[in-house]
Ligand binder design. Structure first.
Ligand code: FAD
Length: 283
């Protein structure tokens, strides 16, 4: 299929990007890897008269690893997988990225596109909520920061204004054990259910846990109650079932070609049990 006609802009800096966004408003959209936007345009589900390519804009491609980790919006999923410092400091990033689509998509798909898109099927929004990440947005009024846990409002609706560009994601170096578990229909598919889990251990007990779910509501779901159900326990079967029950109270899946609601709730429970067990074994 062929998209509708559009004008292609390729500014050299962020000022140029913002100028086109301000001039054309809702008629303009930035394009990063194009692996969500172009399919939508080809299916005529999006008609964008002005596309603004971000690839010549400096400063969006770096990964900085320290006590705080910063990832530029144009960093691809492939870059995440290949970056040894990041894989060592935040291994959940690599584990999750390896479960996104296939190598061809991962060479193009960016962190910024994945988190800004607002598609409930994207894996990185839930991952960012699990890591309690902060997003940096720049617009005509300057820069501002938004917590990943506050960013998602509904499917394809986020806190980002039309004239703002997401420039980076940032989070503290995660502590303890981790797991990203994903149930999908086939290799390369979006999640039927996915769980991101980080667990910090203190002796034999769980000091804290962070849990977020993907594609089980119209936004990613950070389940504070599920994490709280594990804190202070030895993460035995009773605690895991309490966490699963809390998570099931937070999600709101709908029936679609990935299955009926009851199946999705079942898949979510199975995936979360597995993710908790693996994160705990690594904590
Ligand atoms: P684009 O397609 O360029 O942009 C997507 C949207 O985000 C657009 O609205 C664009 O305007 C906006 N945008 C992009 N960058 C910015 C920015 N910096 N600031 C503000 N807005 C921005 N993803 C998964 O998570 N899991 C999967 O399993 C998965 N499977 C896939 C399978 C296939 C076959 C394909 C084609 C894609 C799949 N994807 C999957 C999506 C892919 O991972 C993309 O990374 C992602 O959806 C969008 O990233 P992108 O860089 O291509 O963004």
């Amino acid at each position: 299929m062929i998209p509708g006609a559009f004008e292609y802009h390729r500014p050299k800096d962020m000022e140029g990007v913002l100028a086109v966004l301000q001039e054309h408003g809702d008629d303009a959209r930035v394009i990063a890897g194009g692996h969500s936007l172009i399919p939508m345009m080809k299916l005529r589900m999006a008609d964008i008269p002005h596309l603004i390519d971000l690839q010549d804009v400096q400063g969006l491609n770096s990964i900085t690893v320290g006590d705080t980790i910063t990832i530029g919006a144009m960093v691809t999923q492939h870059h995440i997988i290949e970056n040894h410092a990041l894989a060592s400091a935040a291994p959940i990033m690599r584990e999750a990225s390896l479960q996104i689509a296939d190598p061809q998509v991962r060479y193009m798909g960016t962190v910024g596109g994945n988190v800004a898109n607002g598609d409930p099927g994207n894996d990185m929004p839930g991952l960012m909520q699990c890591l309690d990440a902060t997003f940096t947005l720049v617009g005509p009024d300057g820069e501002r920061e938004v917590a990943a846990r506050d960013f998602y409002e509904a499917a394809y609706m986020t806190d980002r204004e039309d004239e703002e560009v997401l420039t980076q994601v940032r989070f503290d170096k995660p502590q303890g054990g981790f797991a990203y578990e994903k149930q999908k229909r086939k290799i390369g598919d979006y999640a039927t259910a996915a769980a991101a889990v980080q667990i910090v251990k203190d002796g034999d007990t769980c000091a804290s846990a962070s849990i977020a779910m993907t594609n089980l509501s119209d936004t990613p779901i950070y389940s504070e109650d599920a994490g709280a159900a594990l804190a202070g326990t030895t993460v035995d079967d009773t605690a895991i079932e309490a966490a699963v029950a809390a998570m099931l109270g937070d999600i709101d899946p709908t029936e679609d070609n990935r299955g009926p609601i009851e199946f999705k709730r079942h898949a979510a429970a199975v995936i979360l049990r597995r993710a908790i067990a693996r994160a705990w074994s690594r904590a």
